[in-house]
Design a protein around this ligand. Sequence first.
Ligand code: GLU
Length: 278
Amino acid sequence: MMFITRFAPSPTGPLHLGHAYSAMLAHDMARAARGRFLVRIDDLDQSRARPEWEAQCLEDLAWLGLDWPRPVLHQSSRLPRYRDALAQLWQMGLLYACTCTRSDIRAAVSAPQEGAALHGADGLVYPGTCRPATPPTGALPGDAALRLDMARALAGLDGPLTFLEKGCPITANPLAASLGDVVIASRAMGASYHLSVILDDADQNVSDVIRGEDLLEATPIHALLQRLLHLPTPRYHHHRLIRDTEGKRLAKRDDARAIATYRADGASPIDIRRMVGL
Ligand code: GLU
């Protein structure tokens, strides 16, 4: 199997040192394995994606010395594909519509009888307010937030849910169960990140996902969706995060560490490699 990996920036702000590390590491690993490195634009959130950020991201990546096949895939062009997968999960009886707002969820989990609120990959673990006792029937709702009935999905699997992290097998059932009924489609974006990312990786034949360790917690959800939709599970490699001097992880808004700022200050791609320890 050919080694294929990808870097999938969301064009919602400038690339910073953390992104540069992730992209260069993926590029280096692909090159070492005589494989392919892809760039994909995660622009599903059209309320925040901007063409000028996309142009800047691609320019920064090229400046760093990375190369990838063109044209690049845009998530915004794949909504029908995401919708088909939603319909499949809906027909399997694993999704339900949820009308709770964030504040409804906060109020429900902070009710005195609930004990300490649990946090998962998507924030607060959903208390199940809208979860029906039996799977909903009828057509896939057109304009609703949809959640995955996690317990039902896990109960229907034959054999344990596993994925490889840096070559080590991880049994993911308890991790997935602890995340609760995650959102698989939101009203604003159609599909959620969890669904779009696994479909894109599968359709691009990605064999190895190289990304920050902040996403390790979401990987059980990805492995589960791959199993449910009969898609292959790539190998995962979650890398350390690049932090600022106070130890905080870099964020998009952290313009001071934007690649464009370093470029403007006269840094070279080699300087950036050194800064991130590559
Ligand atoms: N657009 C996502 C991000 O920037 C990609 C995550 C992934 O690599 O799966 O966090």
